[in-house]
Design a protein around this ligand. Structure first.
Ligand SMILES: NC(=O)c1ccc[n+]([C@@H]2O[C@H](COP(=O)([O-])OP(=O)(O)OC[C@H]3O[C@@H](n4cnc5c(N)ncnc54)[C@H](O)[C@@H]3O)[C@@H](O)[C@H]2O)c1
Length: 347
């Protein structure tokens, strides 16, 4: 049993993964599972030997042995639960996306700052071995100039009641882009279109295009109605290109020594002939198989103990929300290009 007391709020689809990983972390003890549905909370607690179950958040907040609260409830409830935790002196790990609007997210970040609390966002993919390696490759300049980021995140199912497919799935790509790109490369504008072919009341299929400040383009294809599951990201650079296929464990990451260069353009009529294509070797790096949430749990515990900010802090959550907020306006306006406001950390 570890020293750092954790409570998990939300015992639905994702909460069990948090309970499992915090239970496995030797520095942590999961003291509570809290859910409005007490039977669900009790079933989850029973699976992992958690002693206390409640439907009342005040029980968690009143336990002085709880240092950190992990929140895995629907997006619209994140703000109120996290704010109550800060008021009770608890640190918070909140599921993506941080909140249901940019304003609500900003309020939470400021609240955490004013009381000196840790606010970490579970941008899970940033803790995968693949994305950590991609960050090294991109930031070291191995790809050359990054030209595009192209993601397909589609499968059948898990249509959410409270958020559309864009709010559900694009935080993964937006947080990955935020994590891998150099700090001075930020989203500047976004356009989004979506459709609701089965009439659930919000988009189940969406396409987002984000322009980055270095001139690169990022595109996200998000779909809850696809017959097949695809989780693939392609990043094109001027020197190399990479493909990350997250459902191919034997070879998640492939780095291609391939590209296209334009030669002398003084003869526009010979344009095609002047594009030189390069197709070299492909390398598939060996990556440690570590569950991302194992690292998330360890990072949150470390932040609680050392008071050092986590890698995916409130500001990263806010940068993701800034794009989502602009994308929502674009979606409402039929795909118009909408500027993404700059988020200055620490202000
Ligand atoms: N990081 C990831 O890869 C990932 C994956 C899936 C979901 N999520 C996120 O996790 C969160 C939860 O998603 P889910 O799919 O588990 O939802 P879910 O609907 O399956 O579960 C939510 C649970 O929260 C409980 N709940 C609702 N309001 C509550 C409250 N005020 N207090 C206590 N319990 C309350 C519900 O009873 C339910 O059991 C969302 O923010 C979602 O975006 C993250």
């Amino acid at each position: 049993m570890g020293q750092t007391g954790i409570a998990v709020v939300g015992a639905g689809y994702w909460g069990p993964n948090l309970v499992r990983n915090f239970t496995a972390d030797e520095g942590c003890t999961v003291r509570w599972v809290c859910d409005l549905d007490t039977e669900r909370a009790a079933r989850l607690a029973g699976r992992f030997g958690v002693e206390r179950v409640t439907s009342n958040l005040d029980d968690v907040l009143g336990d002085s042995d709880v240092s950190g609260v992990a929140i895995a409830t629907p997006v619209g409830t994140h703000s109120a639960i996290a704010a109550a935790c800060f008021d009770a002196g608890k640190d918070v790990l909140v599921e993506k996306p941080l909140a249901d609007s940019l304003d609500a997210g900003r309020t939470l970040v400021e609240h955490a700052q004013s009381v000196g609390a840790i606010l970490m966002i579970d941008h899970t993919f940033c803790y995968t071995s693949s994305v950590r390696r991609i960050q090294e490759i991109v930031r070291s300049g191995d790809l050359g100039f990054v030209q595009y980021y192209d993601s397909v995140r589609i499968n059948l199912g898990l249509v959410q009641a409270d958020v559309d497919v864009m709010w559900d799935l694009s935080p993964h790509d937006l947080s990955i882009i935020d994590f891998i790109m150099p700090d001075d490369v930020v989203p500047v504008s976004v356009s989004a279109v979506g459709s609701d072919p089965i009439g659930v009341g919000h988009a189940c299929v969406a396409y987002l295009t984000v322009h980055l400040s270095n001139g690169a383009i990022a595109h996200m294809h998000l779909n809850w109605l696809s017959p097949v599951k695809v989780r693939s990201v392609m990043i094109g650079g001027s020197d190399r290109m990479l493909v990350w296929d997250d459902i191919k464990p034997a070879q998640r990451l492939s780095i291609y020594d391939a590209g296209a260069d334009l030669g002398d353009m003084s003869e526009p009529s010979r344009r095609e002939a002047l594009v030189a294509y390069r197709i070299g070797d492909m390398v598939a790096p060996a990556l440690p198989e570590v569950e991302a949430l194992t690292r998330v749990a360890a990072e949150f515990r470390n932040s609680i103990e050392t008071r050092e900010g986590p890698e995916t802090d409130g500001w990263s959550g806010l940068r993701v929300l800034a794009v989502l907020d602009a994308a929502q306006r674009s979606l409402n306006e039929g795909g118009a290009s909408v500027a993404v406001p700059a988020i200055e950390a620490g202000t």
